[in-house]
Write a protein that binds this ligand. Structure first.
Ligand SMILES: Nc1ncnc2c1ncn2[C@@H]1O[C@H](COP(=O)(O)OP(=O)(O)O)[C@@H](O)[C@H]1O
Ligand SMILES: [Mg+2]
Ligand SMILES: [Zn+2]
Length: 458
């Protein structure tokens, strides 16, 4: 970290909060972000382009309440507004007074080319992203985010934390500014080869995070800042991340297959079905106890709708890092289908139904049983065995196999990889480490010999 010394501050201005927002932000166990909630608006050049009055006002207010911040940083623009923070682009005014291990560009330049090192000696502005975490976030949650970022400071493709400051109840995290493009600008026309690079970069980050037994919990395009020209991205936003095993309770999926089968066979549900089968009768429609005395099932569901793994939807109490791999699979599905957001559910039940429509009743029933849940549905659009990915992708991209416009070889290779990520059973789902060795990822350009970093300097 560049410094431990806090910024000298003056009194905060009183602020007004929306109570509903506070409540949502504090329900860590039950929170849900909508897929389009964040404005990950991205400015593609360094110019201080036109800014809305309200943004200028907001920045001014921030500078006033965190007064001496202006001695260290010059705010340039507001670049993101999420559920839990506002992010600003700023110039680091005291850059030359600190060691800047985080500056990979500088490190690489000095490593690869003495000439470019000379170039960087010239005074050029250094940009940072200042993440102003809403004061309504609990201190534990803020600490958690900074603590995990600190643990991940040397992880490839994870945006490192430079430093953090507190002024009364306002905490800011300072990160290197990463030039990237808004996902919505490029998801429609990314080639399969570009997807390879995207996922190589993303899985490099995810693997590093998982190696430290950390679950990100909120992998989605706005939290993976990608630069298509550099073919490189960084993972950000550890606001919902947690260490694997936090709040862990045994779930049906924690037992081995033999034990799981035994538990199922001795369950009330299975024995009731058995009784009716033996009597040669169809089981009656399901009923529910008027007063259910069973404990309600609580599990961490934090994340974003549409990117949640089936085990999260099923409230699995033994969730693992594998939930992140599912979310990566959803991003690939978005790219291949050219539909963003691909899933658009109102709640978890809706989200499960969306998956049932694709995977079919039989497989979703198995997925539910794996976590000790039962699926009952009479929705006519849910078929027994669902639809193939190929068919779905052709529908989404308005192509028809009969017209000879099937998926290309390359696309089929990407679909194979996507299927491994979108495996319903987290125990069988590909791990991030395995993903990096998958033929789809290995086939990326520059994988044999040339490193993408070296290419970028040319
Ligand atoms: N280091 C960074 N460089 C450039 N932009 C960033 C950086 N960090 C965050 N942002 C922008 O701010 C947005 C919100 O940041 P994030 O950490 O995801 O906060 P939140 O928890 O509010 O979602 C991101 O989607 C991105 O557009
Ligand atoms: Mg975010
Ligand atoms: Zn489970």
């Amino acid at each position: 970290m560049a410094t431990n010394e806090p910024v000298v501050v003056h009194e905060d201005e009183p602020q007004v909060y929306d109570e509903a927002e506070t409540e949502e932000a504090e329900q860590v166990m039950d929170e849900s972000r909508g897929p389009l909630e964040e404005s990950g608006c991205t400015h593609t050049d360094e110019s201080e382009e036109e800014m809305e009055d309200s943004v200028a006002e907001d920045m001014h207010r921030f500078e006033q309440s965190f007064k001496n911040i202006t001695q260290r940083y010059r705010l340039i623009n507001r670049i993101g507004e999420g559920t839990f923070s506002t992010v600003y682009k700023a110039e680091d005014l005291l850059y030359d007074q600190y060691e800047n291990d985080w500056n990979l560009e500088e490190k690489e330049n000095s490593w690869f080319s003495p000439q470019s090192k000379q170039r960087t000696c010239r005074r050029k502005p250094r940009f940072v992203a200042i993440k102003k975490i809403y004061v309504t976030s609990s201190p534990m949650r803020i600490f958690n985010e900074l603590d995990l970022l600190h643990d991940l400071r040397n992880s490839p493709n994870v945006c490192p934390l430079i430093t953090a400051f507190r002024c009364h109840d306002q905490v800011i995290a300072v990160l290197p500014y990463f030039q990237h493009r808004d996902f919505r600008d490029y998801f429609r026309d990314m080639t399969v080869s570009e997807m390879r690079s995207y996922f190589f970069s993303l899985f490099t980050a995810v693997q590093a995070v998982h190696e430290k037994k950390i679950i990100h919990r909120d992998i989605k395009p706005t939290n993976f800042l990608y630069s298509p020209t550099q073919r490189r991205g960084v993972l950000v936003d550890f606001g919902l991340a947690e260490r694997e095993g936090t709040d862990w309770h045994a779930c049906n999926c924690s037992y081995d297959e033999k034990e799981r089968r035994h538990r199922y066979q001795t369950s009330h549900y299975a024995s009731m079905k058995q009784q009716f089968r033996e009597a040669g009768q169809a089981p009656p429609p399901p009923t529910y106890p008027k007063e259910d005395t069973r404990h309600s099932r609580r599990a961490n569901r934090a994340g974003t709708r549409g990117f949640r793994a089936p085990e999260v939807l099923l409230k699995c109490t033994a969730q693992t890092v594998q939930i992140d791999v599912w979310s990566c699979g959803v991003i690939l599905l978005t790219l291949l289908s050219r539909r963003f957001p691909f899933f658009h559910s109102a709640d978890d039940i809706d989200a499960y139904i969306e998956l049932c429509t694709i995977f079919g009743r039989r497989r979703m029933m198995e997925a539910a049983i794996l976590h000790g849940q039962v699926l009952q549905t009479n929705i006519p659009t849910i078929s027994e065995s669902g639809h193939s990915w190929e068919k779905i992708l052709l529908w989404c991209t308005n192509r028809n196999k009969k017209d000879g416009a099937g998926l290309t070889e390359e696309e089929l290779e990407a679909v194979e990889f996507m299927k491994c990520c979108l495996e319903l059973d987290p125990l069988r789902r590909i791990t991030a480490e395995e993903a990096l060795r998958h033929p789809f990822i290995l086939g990326r350009e520059g994988a044999n010999g040339e490193s993408s970093e070296a290419m970028q300097l040319e």
